[in-house]
Design a protein around this ligand. Structure first.
Ligand code: SF4
Length: 323
């Protein structure tokens, strides 16, 4: 595994002012992504994972923290630096039905990001060849080049979204729920396509999903978020074999086992997700955690290493430092 960090996020915070206070969407997040690695970012809807992705490429401006891309802070980039960064870091959005402009043809959609590049802007032949190559790479037939998004099914539309993201030849791609709007068999095709492209093009991914069973097929490491906080971060095998945080345990126990006559001890989460507006001190999961103690309601658990390059934010998980 390559250990060169392509992206390092330090103490990232994003708040939104709402009527009754401050909504803590992203609250002190720190993590890194190595070159060629996929970090899966998982959590329930509204936990701040999409806001995190958008903040990294400044579609939303962060309030505090650092986002280091090749050791340079993206949050301090000026306009020309940002323009260059946007070529190197791209995003694929959740819904291929709404993320593609319905008035643009497939050729126009894929070539649009190239228009910022001097290399392609003035060279129609080169642009044409690049679009055709990208269509081939993502498995789209060339005959669709003049079609419009409404003429394609969901899987093909998402392939257009991926080709569009790849067109400026990025190093890092944020995939925000890229398969959740697709049928299960199409999901598998897109995941396999992403894995192949990652290998061939040496891409680094941040794969955002609410579904651990999807993330497990593509991630090297997995980060679990709950209400704006990261509660567990670990490599893929460890998190599936031995989840440490009670919230991760509950998420894992909800994944169906595709075998008859196999019983699973499900951890059913009780209670509602609390409001992220003006969250009180203490563990944000305390109201739904079956292991909660008095301390959990008073002190916020910090994300700390507990050995074996595993990080968890829970008062009840013991430290087992690895040598
Ligand atoms: Fe549960 Fe307490 Fe751990 Fe939070 S800190 S997950 S409430 S045991």
């Amino acid at each position: 595994m390559n250990t060169e960090k392509i992206l390092e996020v330090k103490n990232l915070k994003k708040y939104f002012k709402v009527k009754n206070g401050m909504l803590h969407a992203v609250d002190d997040l720190s993590f890194y992504i190595n070159k060629g690695e996929t970090l899966g970012l998982v959590g329930e809807s509204g936990c701040g994972k999409s806001t995190t992705g958008r903040t990294l490429i400044r579609l939303i401006e962060a309030d505090e923290g650092e986002v280091l891309f090749h050791n340079k802070d993206v949050l301090k980039f000026n306009k020309p630096e940002m323009k260059e960064f946007r070529q190197q870091a791209q995003m694929v959005f959740q819904d291929p039905y709404s993320s593609l402009n319905p008035r643009l043809s497939i050729f126009e959609l894929i070539s649009e990001p190239l228009m910022n590049s001097n290399q392609y802007r003035k060279d129609k032949v080169k642009t044409n060849a690049r679009v055709k190559k990208l269509m081939e790479v993502v498995g789209l037939s060339e005959r669709l080049i003049n079609s419009y998004p409404h003429e394609l099914d969901g899987g093909r539309r998402q392939r257009v979204g991926i080709a569009r993201a790849l067109s400026p030849n990025p190093e890092f791609v944020i995939l925000d729920e890229p398969v959740s709007a697709l049928d299960v068999c199409i999901q598998a095709q897109i995941i396999n396509l992403l894995k192949r492209l990652q290998k061939e093009l040496e891409l680094s991914f941040l794969f955002i999903s609410h579904d651990l069973s999807v993330v497990k097929h593509i991630s090297d490491r997995i980060a679990v978020m709950y209400l704006g906080k990261m509660v567990e971060l670990s490599d893929y095998n460890a998190i599936f074999a031995d989840p440490l945080h009670p919230y991760t345990q509950a998420l894992l126990s909800a994944i169906p086992i595709p075998k008859v006559n196999v019983e699973r001890n499900r951890t059913i989460l009780v209670g509602d997700v609390p409001s992220p507006v003006n969250p009180p001190e203490g563990c944000r999961f305390a109201g739904r955690c079956i292991h909660a103690q008095e301390k959990c309601h008073q002190e916020t658990p910090e994300l700390r290493e507990v050995g074996g390059n595993r990080f968890v934010a829970c008062h009840l998980v013991n430290n087992e430092p690895s040598e």
